[in-house]
Ligand binder design. Sequence first.
Ligand SMILES: Nc1nc2c(ncn2[C@@H]2O[C@H](COP(=O)(O)OP(=O)(O)O)[C@@H](O)[C@H]2O)c(=O)[nH]1
Ligand SMILES: [Mg+2]
Length: 332
Amino acid sequence: MTLAASILAGDRLALARLLTLIENDSDAGRAALDELFAHTGRAHIIGVTGAPGTGKSSLVNRLALHFRAGQKRVAITAVDPSSPFTGGAVLGDRVRMRDLAGDPGVFIRSMASRGSLGGLARATAAVAQVFDAAGFDVVLIETVGAGQAEVDIARLAHTTLVVEAPGLGDDIQAIKAGILEIADVLVVNKADRPGADQTEKALRSALELAHPVPHVFRHHGVDLQVQAPGPAAPAPLWIPPIHRTVATAGGGIAELADSIDRHAAHLRQGGDWAVRDRNRLEAEFDSLIQAKLVRQFRNRVPDSQYNEIIHNLSERRISPWQAVEQLLGREE
Ligand SMILES: Nc1nc2c(ncn2[C@@H]2O[C@H](COP(=O)(O)OP(=O)(O)O)[C@@H](O)[C@H]2O)c(=O)[nH]1
Ligand SMILES: [Mg+2]
């Protein structure tokens, strides 16, 4: 039996093995991904992002328990570019997720980046695909921070939760970083702490600033048009709801999960589910083409020539554009 076939048959060890192969960017991993691809496209992919300490892991834990209570199979991955695989933060997350340990309807896997952020986004996309093919109904992806990696991972998700919490002094930071633009659902966690009102108010006014910009994906500056299979009437605009939660005690989780479900229904109804799916695949395809072309090209250029051009660049003898033209010729 191939690795992919074992995964489709529900073999958890095979699943764990493939995730390692993917992290190591191996050919065997890619071959299994190719085989699994036809079985993807069903899972609800949910991204959970926000600053460190806002309670993302605690929320993911609670949400997973909630979805399990509804008989859904749940896969969880935590992406932490700053910490190595065995690093403190990731281990801490694993300990907190102990409520779910031993449940065969749950699979938890932490990931650390090797190499570039682009590589991390690709690996995360691959991991989500594997969980999807393996039959998990919900895939929760926790990411730290407010950088490009989070935006990339939001593109991967159908539904993105942005988590804030009072008392961290970074509300403005996250809003500045434009993270609200990727939010489908906003969460003020640690609602048991003083300052939750202020955090919610700050979010609400930032949200009003961002509104009424339609929440659609743009590609190369052009709105993508995909024929919706659903009803002809245009779907109403989705306005990100704000939820208060106490992840440690479970407060507000049912309401939050309800919003997540409503968002999925909204995407399906309006045809945005297909749009996001298509955009995600196109972005992945683009990024793979770029990576492959650059690799092929670099293999053809001797290091000496490459280094000479870099040298000429830093000496300001040629501009970056001229450097590219020297190597690749002028575009027609
Ligand atoms: N008071 C309070 N503490 C919380 C809440 N949610 C999480 N915490 C605590 O905040 C800390 C960080 O939580 P964690 O889930 O690891 O945050 P993450 O870094 O965003 O994943 C932990 O000590 C949690 O126990 C909450 O709703 N209220
Ligand atoms: Mg965490």
